[in-house]
Design a protein around this ligand. Structure first.
Ligand SMILES: CC(C)(COP(=O)(O)OP(=O)(O)OC[C@H]1O[C@@H](n2cnc3c(N)ncnc32)[C@H](O)[C@@H]1OP(=O)(O)O)[C@@H](O)C(=O)NCCC(=O)NCCS
Length: 126
């Protein structure tokens, strides 16, 4: 069994600037339609976007890879259980690119406040 861990801290204002500068193009490259719908419904939407950005980076960090050209971060998606607990869903394409076995389990935890968002990821490969 292999246990991999990743963590990422994101400044909310950095995400806010990227959204202001690149708008829909940035949003579509990085966030799925579901993520955009959830975050944009929130009063402090950039905090929620920043938390999801941190989660995606934490997944890559756990796997010790950098985003590749042509790879869309939107294929690493954060969804929520009914309780609000977040979890990661990877597209088949990105699973293949990251060489992640189908049996791998990913655990995610995120937190955010006005200035920063943080995410930790633990990947268990049986
Ligand atoms: C879930 C909880 C811990 C979130 O804490 P918070 O300080 O409000 O917010 P944080 O910035 O730390 O975290 C927010 C993230 O927590 C995650 N979260 C929400 N509900 C969750 C749950 N049930 N389990 C795990 N994570 C959860 C979400 O990802 C959320 O971010 P998102 O909305 O962008 O997806 C909190 O709302 C809670 O329910 N605490 C239980 C204890 C309690 O009720 N205390 C008050 C009485 S003393």
């Amino acid at each position: 069994m292999k246990i991999l861990q990743g963590i990422d801290l994101v400044k909310v204002s950095r995400i806010e600037q990227l959204i202001k500068r690149s708008g829909k193009k940035f949003l579509d490259r990085v966030f799925s339609a579901g993520e955009q719908s959830y975050c944009s419904s929130k009063r402090m939407s950039c905090e929620h976007y920043a938390a999801r950005f941190a989660a995606k980076e934490a997944v890559l960090k756990a796997l010790k890879v950098k985003p590749q050209k042509g790879q869309k971060l939107s294929e690493i998606e954060v969804r929520r259980e009914a309780t609000g607990k977040p979890f990661i869903v990877l597209s088949k394409v990105i699973c293949r690119q990251l060489r992640l076995p189908a049996k791998a389990q990913i655990e995610l935890s995120v937190a955010h406040e006005r200035e920063y968002a943080i995410a930790t990821v633990v990947i268990v490969i049986p």
